[in-house]
Ligand binder design. Sequence first.
Ligand SMILES: Cc1cc2nc3c(=O)[nH]c(=O)nc-3n(C[C@H](O)[C@H](O)[C@H](O)COP(=O)(O)O)c2cc1C
Length: 224
Amino acid sequence: MADNYLEKRFEEFNGPRTKTVRKGGPSLDSLLLRNRSTRGFSHGRPVLPEELRQIVAVNTRIASSKNQQALRFKVVTDGQEASFVNANIKMGALFRARRAADASASESDCPSLPLPGTEPQAFIIIYGTHPEDPSLDIDLGIALQSMSLKAVELGLNCLMIRAFNRVAMLSFPGTEGLVPLAVLAVGKSAETIYLDPVQEPPLDYFRKDGIHYVPKLSLDKILL
Ligand SMILES: Cc1cc2nc3c(=O)[nH]c(=O)nc-3n(C[C@H](O)[C@H](O)[C@H](O)COP(=O)(O)O)c2cc1C
């Protein structure tokens, strides 16, 4: 088999690559670090439909259980559709729970998200061709992470959203018979987010002085 056999076959199916692999591109570690869950987006940087297509295109290259490829994708950039999606998703469940438990929780450290004027304006809605099962959920995770990393490569950020109204996401034409699995919000981050290395729980994310902190267990802690 020629060295570039697989690459040639891939191009036969998907057309020639539009982008050559650059030496010295971002490392996986740097993409992972920038790949923070983002709940506030800059409206000064619209996301183009073509960028969402590029992000969805990663799904033509990733693993799936038995190679079933049972995920389907609806891209949303139209203003009215985006408002509809925004009305049917939930962000920052931990802040919501804290506010519910403690009426004195401060709005700046425990805000309802997204802050006004930072709502996501672009989405990828992910559907399954059959009901959820453990294999499909693993496929979904691989797809969500792969798309998020692609978005970061394009200078964007994402939020994976599973707290959403499933019935509402079936009102888009072409989704009949599909099973809504997740919503990926995409946009240019308007937030400052730091990872907070910790050894022990609590692992709840928190905000202080407008900065969003995400506790992450250290390597020593997770290695058995
Ligand atoms: C499967 C999955 C579903 C999620 N659903 C939501 C959601 O509905 N709303 C939300 O605000 N964040 C959601 N998140 C984001 C997590 O809260 C986030 O990953 C976590 O706070 C850690 O932050 P990080 O992604 O920046 O490391 C989800 C993450 C995953 C992996």
